[in-house]
Design a protein around this ligand. Sequence first.
Ligand code: MG
Length: 375
Amino acid sequence: MTAAGPRVASVRTTLVDLPLRRPHQFRDSTMEAQAVLLVRVTTGDGVVGVGEGVVPGGPWWGGESVETMQVVVDRYLAPLAVGADLGRLPELRGRMDRLVAANPFAKCALETAMWDAWARTLGLPLHALLGGRCRDVLPVTWAIGAADPDVVVEEALARIESGGHASIKLKMGALEPAADTARVEKIASSLAQVTSVRVDLNGAWDELTATRLLPRLEQAGIDLVEQPTPAWDVEALARLCALLRIPVMADESLGSDHDALTLAARRAADVFSLKIGKSGGYLATRRIAAVAQAAGIPCHGGTGIESSLGTLAGAHLLATLPAVTWGSELFGPLLMTDGLLTEPLDYRDGALHLPDGPGLGIDLDEDRVARYARR
Ligand code: MG
């Protein structure tokens, strides 16, 4: 006899828009609110698991948006999931990849909702179902969009003071490269003695520009550079890793476990940025972390600016991965004026503290969902 787990009875999707405390500026777009695809999976026993699909402000990052995720989940993935045994998630996840190529953010939203439903059925915290914790708290870097030096310095100092954040990440790429470098040099002259300052270029520079200008940022006291060159240019990343003494982190270049293997073999990243969304959920992200651990590459918990729901979904996995020794940037909920859960997350001393209840550990608040649902 085969032991069966709970079965998926229904999948429901809802689009919500969560207001931000301030606009967040990327190279070519500015986020005024964060759109979230909420996925609710109900089992035959009536247990509800929740998952979230977000991208940082729109489809520029990886081609998906919350609207595309909703279509992919409703039209293609939900019919596959309904009736599926949650005790056989890896098998179902393989079928999802065979039915729908790419679309990792949509798959992650559904996959994590199913994990949550299974964990709630078993009465276990997600981190326990995922294999057990190696840490209880995740340090959180505060991230600031591309803004003028005085605005950035003021916000950074305020967040260090009020939130205890031990590092700051700056978005780059919105200005012409030399002017952007001068902007960050000015910021670093005020902040590099106070805190660890990192930069994220989101692949904005070509290799020649990066080779010319990144040594200036290193000289200015920047501690880490994330994805300076385009996602496809792994050889450029390898040469920049060799050139710079500060670590180079791969984000857009790292989607799958195959990418992880290539980056590790080419020594094209000193640090990996893990995000369950870009990699399509827990199972794929866990394989990436295993490659990182085997190659001696430390990992960092990246963000797509998730709400408290998606942030917790990511944090539960990150807490179980030994390779995640470079903290996180799970600051999304702190940028929003509200979330979709019954309680705010526990941020203290610049770190996110994980709850211990079943599943995510905090419940969905239906009143909040109704308030922010898109009409
Ligand atoms: Mg990034």
